[in-house]
Design a binder for this molecule. Structure first.
Ligand SMILES: [Zn+2]
Length: 522
């Protein structure tokens, strides 16, 4: 299956420098994704490629359409390495396939398969997604969680040697179809039941292909092994499988680990000094987005899945044991006023937009008792959990190996606002990082870490994923109360040479492609 797209890629040679282009973006301030300073150059697009970067007047270039980019910033389209935009592809709605919220942030490529839930058949998934149409490009990570669920269900047991062999073979199969690496979400059940050794043994299926081990790590806080031991585990898994380690949405979650950003970065730096690449990505928000169960309920209570959890909630002795641990989990996250209920099924509607503290007061019950009643009654609910400090966020952001990601998911403004927010808040209003660094951390660096070919830079012959935005008006509009407001400031967004955003408005062009890694096992 990957052979045909590969041949197409090889036979469609990049165009030579042109004397005419379809679209000329003229006179903009250009950050090319390399991290270098801005240049005043013109960018020409022909077909699906960048055909010209330079002085168009001097080159006497003619253009079908000219965009006056004076006063505007031109850069490669952003690549988002931690998203849930296309989870469930190809079986998602056309609205989701359009991915308008990402496009209006300047994002032209998103990963599919964060948190270990990526597909085992990426070739078929991408082919079908392309047939139906997607608004942004996407590349895949296969998933440790997907294989464990497939082979072991929701079991908390240790994997047998035969099960490890099955899981390893499934990972190898997905890598052979062009996945760029393997994701894990060791914080979540049932992935949390796997030991480090099990994860390493299974991920050796990816070793011959190389790529990235991307993880929502086992502990971003003080839940189990602690933040620093969790980072050490992520590093070790990458080292022993020969994969680049990427710490997904790096953070110091909760009062027990506030101020640990420097220590996390020091561990990463020390490992890079040995020759093993370790990077991270980050979203610029003090609240994480998760669920009541994931944030408060102990993992042992989830063994066997949701039905088993409900039985445990109904059993008074087990319920009491759960409540004790939930009180501790709520404390480390910052207490009942820091959990904002953001979504759930129809029955959960009356509680959306309220804090756990408010709902508990209405019910006249304790906070964790209320949480358990909600889980047992209306089901699990989405929460925004305010558990990070600005200081840690800025420390991570300034590190040259920390990239931008959204981890976009329903109910949290990061799905619609991450990239413009980082530009507005941390580049323009308070210069924590430079625009050069912002663009590089959001495009070229991601492409290099993942090995995504011919994207992430403004170079002649490369794919025309090009964005034009206005530094005067760019900003996130989404809030925790209204998380689905589109960002403003993006004037033009080209995906493979087609305008997905034209003059500030989405076009619904569905110009995205599935990106497959050129597969050659070592
Ligand atoms: Zn995650």
């Amino acid at each position: 299956m990957p052979i045909l797209p590969l041949l197409l890629l090889l036979t469609s040679a990049p165009p030579s420098p042109a004397d005419s282009v379809d679209v000329l973006v003229r006179g903009g301030t250009v950050y090319d994704g390399s991290g270098g300073p801005a240049r005043r150059v013109d960018v020409g697009i022909r077909g699906d490629r960048i055909a010209f970067v330079g002085d168009a007047a001097k080159a006497k270039l003619s253009a079908g359409k000219t965009i006056d980019a004076a006063g505007l910033i031109v850069s490669p389209g952003f690549i988002d390495p931690h998203t849930h935009s296309f989870d469930g592809l190809p079986n998602i709605s056309e609205e989701r396939r359009k991915n308008t919220g990402a496009l209006m942030q300047g994002v032209t490529t998103v990963v599919t398969g964060a948190d270990g839930r990526g597909p085992l058949d990426p070739a078929a998934v991408l082919a079908e997604a392309e047939r139906l149409g997607i608004g942004t490009n996407t590349y895949t990570l296969t998933g440790f969680g997907t294989v464990r669920l497939r082979v072991m269900g929701n079991s908390s047991a240790a994997a047998t040697p035969a099960q490890i062999d099955s899981m390893r073979a499934l990972i190898a199969g997905a890598m052979g179809e062009g996945a760029f690496g393997v994701g894990s979400g060791l914080f979540y059940a049932p992935q949390s039941y796997a030991t480090t050794e099990e994860v390493i043994a299974v991920l050796k299926g990816a070793t011959p292909y190389g790529g990235v081990y991307d993880t929502h790590q086992r502990d971003e806080s003080s839940y189990t092994i602690g933040l620093l031991n969790s980072v050490r585990e992520a590093i070790r898994i990458g080292r022993e499988t020969g994969l680049t380690t990427n710490i997904g949405h790096v953070k110091a979650l909760g009062v027990d680990v506030w101020g640990y950003a420097d220590s996390v970065l020091a561990l990463m730096r020390a490992e890079r000094a040995t020759g093993h690449m370790v990077v991270a990505d980050q979203y610029p928000w003090t609240a994480s987005g998760t669920s009541l169960v994931a944030s408060l309920v102990p993992r042992w209570a989830e063994s066997g899945g949701r039905d088993s959890l409900k039985l445990r909630i109904a059993d008074p002795a087990t319920r009491d044991r759960m409540l004790v641990e939930m009180r501790e989990n709520l404390r480390r996250r910052g207490g009942d006023s820091t959990l904002l209920l953001t979504g759930g099924g129809a029955a959960a509607k009356p509680y959306v937009g309220k804090t756990l503290k408010q709902v508990a007061a209405e019910k006249g019950a304790g906070a964790v008792e209320t949480a358990l009643d909600l889980i047992g009654g209306v089901g699990d609910m989405g929460v925004a959990s305010f558990n990070m400090t600005e200081r840690d966020i800025e420390t991570f952001m300034k590190d040259p190996y920390v990239m931008t990601s959204s981890d976009g998911s329903g109910g949290h403004p990061r799905l619609y606002g991450t990239f413009p927010r980082k530009i507005r808040r941390y580049v323009l209003d308070k210069p924590v990082i430079t625009m050069e660094r912002m663009v590089r951390a959001s495009s070229g660096q991601v492409a290099e870490v993942y090995g995504i070919p011919d994207r992430g830079a403004l170079k002649e012959g490369w794919f025309a994923d090009v964005i034009v935005f206005d530094p005067k008006t760019i900003r996130d509009e989404a809030t925790y109360v209204e998380p689905e407001k589109l960002s403003t400031g993006l004037r033009w967004v080209f995906v493979n040479g087609k305008a997905e955003v034209a003059d500030g408005a989405p076009t619904g062009a569905l110009a995205g492609k599935g990106i497959r890694k050129a597969v050659k096992p070592k």
